[in-house]
Design a protein around this ligand. Structure first.
Ligand code: BG6
Length: 789
């Protein structure tokens, strides 16, 4: 009996194997713009590539339009299709006829419509004596329609067992990290991760798709070059001449960072920066390496970006969205962003991402510019492209348009002769007079695709072949939004620089970078968009010197205040090192010192870091790698940018024996002993403090039972806010310092500043009032908002 059953089953399997597979493609939004311009063409290309091979096809153009209108639309689009040059005319018209017969319009709105579609597909498969291989649903519809369609597919139009389902999704995939996560969760309720193909059409651009294969095929030559030791900078650029007219309702909500940088340019960045997997054909491995690259991205600050907006934009929004004359948009149409990666390969290498509408030319590229430390004695007339070490050395993945007019891979001849797959890339012929990046084309080994293909055709083929590495997974998507969202939040009220558009932009949008900051090269000529109030420029003010609680007070606008404090710290450090051979600096946590750390990291090349010991004023009882940890702040904003000997760094021992701030572990005592052993007389050269809105300083809070007096140098304390447990230097220890600087910034501190100016020595109520160095100096550093309100 069993044998008979097995035989029947086996026979069934054998038959199934022999049956030809059938693939149904359902294009949702088949009458829309994207479908008309690219998707039908891409599907036709798929048919041209696959016809007569292993699978049969049917193409269902679906939309909400009436059947009559839909049919007419599709008939027109199909009629306009043409074949690439390498397909003979007879063959082309035969295949085009077949494709037209296999394509049909259908109205798809309700659950019943989806059930009917599923039945029709099954019937067609049966009639044709076929086996269903899979269904591709291409969502070319606005995201608000996703959930309903997804529900209908999931409940009523999944293929039967043994056949795959692939759903293809188009951006926008959310607006920020939270909305992207919500959308992902919603879709995750209907589809499995491997069923979803999120399109970033830049991954289908031939030059972009060639980045990993190029790195792989030229491993030997690139191994020694692809790192911070040789790369001076990387530019990832997408310039456009078009503006946002006609799409302002979309654009107004997104702006250039969400529209282009968060997706297209970030994808290119990861392909350039990621570690190269051993096997680049393994989608899983590529995607994992990409994720790791995301993890190495250093968080962006407001100062990492410059924004612009073409002048006509606000007027276009007013017109298209019936806004009042007084409306001015803050949406950026241009952005330049400086990105850094914190890993051994790329530390210190600037990655510049830039895109804009209404610029002087349309061009896209990823350009890796190598350092050049050669000096050539002979006149440059004698320099030979493939020998001179003085010519620029660069590799460019030229995405398209621009002077060259086609995708290309360019490698400076003085680097190496690259290897590219000859069946798909050919050497470009000479183009006398053509210059790229300031050099004649002849300076490069230059390759272009044998057959130019548009991105959608490439991606549709990858969907059909299940090549997931050309698509954005949920994890990658969220990693990208996680990277961009803080910057977007920080820039939400930033007034973009206005630019006239096109060639008239001149040098208005040029920008420069240094350290972690990027700024326009030219001063703002004139404020054309009304900003939030006519704030005076910091440079209009002098640093003010006064007294506060009978000690010197320095007040200024934040930038100048930080600069002054950093200068004072450096001067103190230099003096201490000269006199005692070392400088012991104790630093507080919180957000106020962050710009100070950045200033010290990027502007103070003369700082005697090699002789500086860094101590913590206080710490939260969390592991040192926790983002809440003060040490982690110090690490992110200062330590990783400077060269301090490891043994000079003294984090507070809050995490011992796998537990946090347990009395029995005696972390506070250990820190105190370390201080006593290394700091002469336990007297720090400089202690940097802050002042909380409740009058706390270090982690000494009002009514603290310990740390305000007594013998203990280091104490465990409780904070009124999370994380509750803290470790802190005590007031007596702080007061032994040679110098104490208290940094107070921001309007939120105004009230406490006024209050503390009036109170006497009452550390129990206001711990800050107990800061009074016994024989050292106390200096207050307050910005105008904290001091004057
Ligand atoms: C799209 C953006 O993703 O890419 C558009 O939404 C942009 O604003 C377009 O114009 C650019 O793509 P391409 O292929 O023309 O470079």
């Amino acid at each position: 009996m069993l044998t008979v059953a097995m035989c029947v089953a086996l026979l069934g399997c054998l038959q199934a194997q022999e049956l030809r597979g059938h693939v149904s493609v359902i294009l949702l939004g088949a009458t829309g713009d994207l479908a008309r311009k690219y998707l039908w063409r891409g599907l036709f290309q798929l048919y041209l590539d696959e016809a007569g091979k292993d699978y049969s096809f049917s193409f269902h153009g679906a939309a909400l339009t009436s059947t009559k209108q839909g049919q007419a639309f599709i008939a027109k689009v199909l009629e306009s299709l043409s074949c690439p040059e390498d397909v003979a005319p007879d063959r082309c018209s035969e295949l085009k006829g077949q494709f037209q017969r296999l394509s049909a319009y259908r109205h798809l709105a309700t659950r019943e419509d989806y059930m009917a579609l599923s039945k029709d597909i099954e019937a067609q498969v049966q009639r044709g004596g076929l086996r269903e291989a899979g269904r591709i649903f291409y969502f070319s519809v606005p995201p608000f329609a996703y959930a309903d369609i997804a529900r209908n597919i999931n409940s009523s139009c999944r293929p039967g067992p043994g056949a795959w389902l692939r759903v293809v999704l188009e951006k926008p995939f959310g607006h920020d990290h939270l909305s992207a996560q919500q959308l992902a969760t919603e879709l995750g309720g209907f589809f499995r991760e491997e069923e979803m193909y999120r399109v970033d059409h830049y991954l289908g651009k031939q030059a972009v798709a060639q980045i990993l294969p190029f790195r792989d095929q030229n491993r030997k030559a690139l191994d020694g070059l692809w790192s911070r030791h040789h790369v001076e900078r990387v530019e990832i650029i997408m310039k456009e001449t078009v503006d946002a007219e006609g799409r302002t309702s979309f654009y107004e909500e997104y702006g250039v960072i969400r529209d282009v940088l968060q997706n297209h340019l970030t994808e290119v960045l990861t392909l350039v920066a990621m570690e190269l997997p051993h096997n680049i054909s393994s989608s899983e491995s590529v995607l994992q390496h990409k994720l790791r690259a995301f993890r190495a991205l250093r968080g962006l600050q407001k100062g990492s970006a410059v924004l612009g907006q073409y002048q006509a934009y606000s007027e276009q929004v007013r017109r298209e969205q019936q806004k009042p004359d007084s409306f001015h948009s803050l949406t950026p149409t241009f952005a330049g962003v400086l990105v850094h990666m914190d890993n051994l390969r790329w530390e210190g290498v600037p990655f510049i991402l830039m895109s804009g509408k209404a610029l002087d030319e349309r061009v896209g590229y990823a350009r890796i510019l190598f350092r050049n430390q050669a000096y050539c004695v002979q006149n440059d007339e004698h320099w030979v492209a493939d020998q001179s070490r003085c010519l620029p050395r660069q590799i460019v993945f030229y995405i398209g348009h621009g002077e060259l007019g086609s995708p290309a891979v360019l490698v400076s001849r003085n680097l190496f002769r690259p290897s590219l797959p000859p069946e798909s890339w050919k050497e470009l012929g000479a183009r006398p007079g053509l210059r790229l990046f300031g050099r004649p084309l002849s300076d490069f080994y230059a390759y272009s695709p044998v057959r130019e293909q548009d991105a959608y055709s490439v991606l549709i083929s990858h969907i059909f072949h299940g090549r997931k590495d050309s698509f954005v997974t949920t994890e990658n998507l969220l990693a990208s939004w996680g990277f961009w969202t803080p910057l977007l939040d920080g820039l939400a009220h930033e007034v973009p620089r206005l630019y006239p558009g096109g060639a008239e932009n001149g040098h208005l949008l040029d920008f420069e970078f240094g350290g972690a900051r990027l700024c326009f090269s030219q001063q703002q000529p004139e404020q054309l968009v009304p900003g939030p109030g006519p704030a005076p420029m910091p440079s209009g003010f002098q640093v003010l010197k006064a007294r506060y609680r009978e000690s010197p007070l320095i007040s200024a606008w934040p930038e100048e205040l930080i600069a002054k404090l950093a200068d004072d710290i450096e001067a103190t450090a230099v003096r201490a090192v000269r006199r005692f051979g070392a400088f012991h600096l104790a630093l507080s946590g919180g957000s106020s010192p962050v710009p100070l750390f950045q200033q010290l990291a990027t502007r103070h090349y003369g700082f005697p870091w090699a002789h500086t010991h860094l101590w913590l004023v206080d710490e939260r009882c969390v592991p040192l790698w926790d983002p809440e940890s003060n040490f982690q702040h110090l690490q992110t904003h200062l330590l990783q940018h400077i060269r301090v000997p490891y043994y000079n760094i003294h984090p507070m021992p809050v995490h011992l024996r796998q537990r946090l701030c347990a009395e029995e572990d005696q972390g506070a005592q250990t820190y105190a002993s370390e201080i006593s052993a290394l700091v002469a007389n336990s007297s720090f050269d400089l202690v940097l403090l802050g002042m909380g809105a409740d009058g706390h300083t270090a982690s000494l809070f009002p009514q603290s039972p310990s740390g305000l007096d007594g013998e203990q140098l280091v104490v465990l304390t409780e904070s009124p806010s999370r994380p509750f447990q803290r470790m802190s230097l005590s007031l007596p220890l702080i007061n032994r310092a040679r110098k104490v600087a208290v940094l107070v910034m921001g309007r939120v501190k105004r009230e406490i500043t006024v209050l503390v100016s009036r109170v006497g020595h009452e550390p129990k109520k206001w711990p800050i009032s107990g800061v009074l160095p016994t024989s050292g100096q106390l200096v207050w550093y307050m910005d105008y908002e904290a001091f004057l309100g």
